[in-house]
Write a protein that binds this ligand. Structure first.
Ligand SMILES: *[C@@H]1O[C@H](CO)[C@@H](O)[C@H](O)[C@H]1NC(C)=O
Ligand SMILES: *[C@@H]1O[C@H](CO)[C@@H](O)[C@H](O)[C@H]1NC(C)=O
Ligand SMILES: *[C@@H]1O[C@H](CO)[C@@H](O)[C@H](O)[C@H]1NC(C)=O
Ligand SMILES: *[C@@H]1O[C@H](CO)[C@@H](O)[C@H](O)[C@H]1NC(C)=O
Ligand SMILES: *[C@@H]1O[C@H](CO)[C@@H](O)[C@H](O)[C@H]1NC(C)=O
Ligand SMILES: *[C@@H]1O[C@H](CO)[C@@H](O)[C@H](O)[C@H]1NC(C)=O
Ligand SMILES: *[C@@H]1O[C@H](CO)[C@@H](O)[C@H](O)[C@H]1NC(C)=O
Ligand SMILES: *[C@@H]1O[C@H](CO)[C@@H](O)[C@H](O)[C@H]1NC(C)=O
Length: 811
């Protein structure tokens, strides 16, 4: 009996030894892994070994993808303790502890197994998990230790992000310091256990972005996380565990979630075999409103508004002064303090990201009525909501004190009921009427909903048929419609000269009519070859996300072979240029219209500079890049083009100048130094042109002065009103006009630091701030010879186009 058992054991051991010798995915106690040797998982998806990150010479033990050519490290053992030479050695001792040593240092890094093993074996699995298990144990999925419990910056499929409450183990990911140094950087992300657990990304110790609590379907702050073709996800919350996990639907797709210190975001990448590159699939935080508590307590952020923050209804800014100067951090307070003794009501706010939950209370078995009842009874309860919105809603969260980090989602989001004094509500109509009205509204919105869905459905199918020729990954990811060249060709009568609207900075622009009768503007970018296809698409996608009523809307794009085409909404009234400088059309622009245009352009530019997540610098703002809709509302066009064409240079200088002489700030035109302040300069010129009706370039003045010089002289001679367009004479000279000239001169000051930011400009235009005296303007542009326009261009000024830009590099 005993000998039998012994024999069995021996055979078993021999077998596993043979297995191990034959494969290279595992080691046992007697072997070590030296620098230069690697373990490769059975299916050859991952490799474990020593590596040096980036330009560093330090050695680290890590795991990377074996089956892709770009070395992508997903896990590092000794993140904070690099080995300085090639003497690194990984060993496992007889109890199953891993020990990483180097030269004379024996404890560079080590692990403790949860229990000791008889016959420990270290194995790299095809999931990328490095595990220690007991080879005597028949169950191969019981791990004494696993690297998945100690993640670095990457979350792989099947990895748990969150807590094991039984052992107190917390799994959080943290970014690398930089590409040369895998030690933990500022950014970290994980599940935080409060009254109600939620996913929180931190920068240092500060909350930076909150995905929010799980609501049964997704995270409250991330309604875009939904069914998709690439991965499925789950959130587990029970007595033993709280974690988030995702799994890939198609096991042959390679995808990872990584924290990126450089971009301060959590990014999902998908490997695109055809391009042999990682493609950004999604990125979070995705816009300005995602900044934690941007609008302060009881404020609400809405990305389509400008400014993005406002107070919840029934609340007002705590300090009107700082609120108006775009510092929202103090938040809002109630218009009328809540008196517990007096009657109150709960008002429903829809489509929200629910507030932060540190001061909250949860009961998952209550329904909404019980929830309301409970909140109602407790004086310090200010709001309630369902904790789970799947299956028509269940559970209860109550909030005590302030409501922090709320934003609005145009589609998606949840209902929040906020306590208000009853007096805020008008007298209620009798019950019967309420029922009728409610029924009508419900019926009506049903109709709306159905037609909305039908429309969406139609659009979707069009997008898919239009996108047949692009196969770089999942289509859902291009939320921007793709048109095919044939459609565009047809719409523009094969790019006929008759349909040409003009020559933009990057190529000709055509008018087109789609089959369904919709009129579009088609901007062709064929000459350009600066960027790879993927970067181009990413850029365009980002730009399409910028939406503001003073920006021209990008409807889609078309990429086929060399052709790169952008499709915009069509602006029937053409450009501001074609109005202001045309004696007949300029008469249509009375002062109130001009002022409205100026304010709109300022708001659009403010959005680009500050309120959108991308922080776009336009670099070519001018009257011909401001288009007018039917009601003569201004919309800025060509924004993001500089970014798409030249790339997002993180530095502040550029070799390639994109822009138009006459509008360029001196520091940009001569040294390629650009910043938001160079846009402010261009805005100043635009302002002068709209007020005076005269062009800055080609401004004919006997003393060889340009418009800025002329305006400055009139200003110093105390007769600025002489600048005002004579066509405006019948509206008389208005204070607004002089203020605009004053603001324009502040914008075109020589030194960028002296120029106001666009947020100050907006305040100044509203007359909400006093104006300092302008200093000397930047006149340098005078010295630069003008570019020559191609003969085919329309009468609008041409920008320095791509070829002329390159010739400038030599300067
Ligand atoms: C294991 O590695 C050795 C050399 O390091 C190689 O010759 C052998 O083919 C590998 N075996 C497997 C199964 O990959
Ligand atoms: C294995 O290594 C661990 C960590 O260094 C240590 O605590 C343990 O005592 C070692 N076990 C043996 C049997 O050496
Ligand atoms: C260990 O090695 C380092 C450099 O490799 C050396 O500076 C140090 O003196 C050594 N320490 C001992 C105790 O040998
Ligand atoms: C999985 O992805 C691969 C490569 O992208 C593809 O060839 C295969 O058809 C996909 N399988 C399924 C079931 O979608
Ligand atoms: C972070 O983002 C930058 C810029 O997009 C990219 O170059 C870098 O590879 C990213 N880092 C990681 C770890 O993905
Ligand atoms: C709250 O006060 C602000 C400013 O005092 C006011 O604009 C707003 O209309 C008030 N709202 C309500 C609901 O009373
Ligand atoms: C949660 O609510 C249910 C139903 O009202 C109640 O029976 C239960 O005691 C509550 N649990 C807690 C912890 O308050
Ligand atoms: C109100 O709720 C808070 C938080 O749950 C609790 O601390 C407080 O005791 C409650 N007050 C009353 C009167 O029930």
């Amino acid at each position: 009996m005993n000998t039998n058992r012994f024999k069995f054991c021996l055979i078993h051991l021999l077998c596993s030894l043979l297995k191990i010798l034959a494969s290279n995915d595992s080691i046992i106690t007697s072997r070590s892994l030296n620098d230069g040797e690697t373990l490769v998982s059975e299916g050859r998806s991952f490799e474990l070994g020593f590596f040096s990150p980036g330009n560093s010479k330090d050695r680290y033990l890590g795991i990377w993808y074996k089956n892709i050519p770009i070395k992508t490290v997903v896990w590092v053992a000794n993140r904070q303790n690099p080995i300085k030479d090639l003497s690194g050695k990984l060993m496992m001792n007889s109890t199953g502890s891993l020990v990483l040593s180097s030269g004379n240092k024996s404890d560079v890094w080590f692990t403790k197994p949860t229990k000791s093993a008889q016959s420990p074996i270290l194995q790299l699995l095809d999931s990328g998990n490095l595990v220690v298990r007991d080879d005597v144990d028949e169950k191969t999925d019981v791990h004494l230790w696993q690297s998945f419990d100690y993640p670095s910056d990457t979350l792989l499929p099947d990895m748990k992000l969150g807590w094991d409450l039984r052992t107190g183990l917390s799994r959080r990911i943290s970014s690398w310091k930089n590409s040369d140094d895998p030690s933990p950087g500022m950014l970290s992300d994980g599940v935080e256990l409060a009254e109600y657990p939620q996913m929180v990304m931190r920068k240092g110790s500060r909350k930076f972005y909150r995905s929010g609590s799980w609501n049964g379907l997704q995270f409250s702050g991330a309604p875009e996380l939904k069914l998709n073709p690439v991965f499925e996800f789950k959130f587990v919350l029970n007595q033993e565990e709280v974690y988030y996990m995702y799994q890939l639907k198609n096991k042959s797709v390679i995808s990872r979630l990584v924290l990126n210190e450089t971009t301060s975001s959590r990014e999902r990448y998908v490997w695109v075999e055809a391009d042999q590159s990682w493609k950004l699939y999604s990125s979070i935080p995705r816009d300005y409103c995602d900044n934690y508590a941007l609008c302060g307590a009881n404020g609400i952020c809405s990305i389509t508004n400008s400014p993005v923050c406002r107070c919840l209804n029934g609340f007002k800014p705590k300090s009107a002064q700082s609120w108006n100067s775009i510092d929202w951090s103090l938040g809002c307070i109630r218009n009328e303090t809540l008196d517990c003794q007096r009657k109150h009501d709960f008002i429903k706010f829809s489509s929200l990201k629910l507030p932060d939950t540190p001061n909250s209370w949860v009961n998952t078995s209550m329904n909404l009525d019980e929830c309301r009842e409970t909140c109602s009874k407790n004086c310090s309860c200010v709001a309630y909501a369902n904790s789970d919105i799947s299956r028509r809603g269940s559970g209860c969260i109550l909030w005590i004190n302030d409501l922090v980090d709320i934003r609005e989602f145009p589609d998606g989001g949840q209902d929040l009921y906020i306590r208000m004094p009853a007096s805020n509500r008008a007298d209620r109509p009798p019950v019967k009427i309420v029922v009728v009205i409610v029924a009508t509204i419900v019926g009506f919105s049903g109709v709306l909903l159905v037609s909305y869905c039908v429309c969406r459905g139609k659009m979707k199918s069009k997008v898919e048929t239009g996108g047949d020729n692009i196969n770089a990954g999942p289509k859902e990811d291009m939320d921007l419609p793709l048109f095919n060249l044939a459609t565009i060709s047809l719409a523009t009568e094969n790019f006929s000269v008759n349909m040409k609207l003009g020559e933009g900075g990057f190529g000709p622009v055509y008018k087109g009519t789609l089959e369904d009768g919709k009129i579009i503007a088609v901007k062709t970018l064929s000459k350009y070859s600066g960027q790879g296809l993927n970067e181009f698409k990413n850029e365009v996608k980002l730009i399409a996300k910028l939406q503001h009523r003073n920006l021209v809307k990008l409807l889609g794009c078309c990429i086929e072979g060399e052709e790169k085409i952008l499709i915009y909404e069509y602006m029937p009234n053409g450009s501001l240029y074609s109005f202001v400088f045309d004696q007949t059309r300029a008469k249509l622009l009375d002062w109130s219209k001009r002022f409205n245009i100026i304010c709109g352009v300022a708001r659009g530019l403010l959005y680009l500079h500050q309120d959108s997540r991308l922080r776009i610098i336009h670099r070519d703002l001018k009257t011909s890049n401001v288009l007018l809709d039917k009601e003569l509302n201004p919309k800025i066009s060509d924004f993001g083009m500089a970014r798409t064409f030249v790339g997002d240079e993180s530095g502040e200088t550029t070799k390639r100048i994109v822009g138009t002489y006459g509008y360029m700030a001196p520091e940009y035109a001569s040294y390629g130094l650009f910043s938001v302040k160079s846009d402010v300069f261009s805005f100043g010129i635009l302002l002068l042109e709209v007020v005076s009706g005269k062009k800055n370039r080609g401004f004919d003045h006997p003393q060889n002065m340009n418009l800025i010089g002329y305006a400055w002289r009139l200003w110093t001679e105390d007769r600025p009103f002489e600048l005002i367009d004579s066509l405006l004479e019948n509206s008389g000279i208005q204070p607004d006009m002089l203020r605009c000239i004053h603001i324009a001169l502040l914008c075109v000051q020589q030194s960028p630091e002296d120029r106001p930011t666009m947020s100050s400009v907006v305040l100044m235009l509203n007359g909400e701030s006093t104006l300092p005296q302008p200093k000397h303007p930047g006149l340098l542009i005078d010295l630069i010879p003008g570019e020559t326009c191609p003969p085919s261009s329309s009468n609008e000024p041409c920008s320095a186009n791509y070829s002329s830009i390159t010739s400038l590099e030599a300067r």
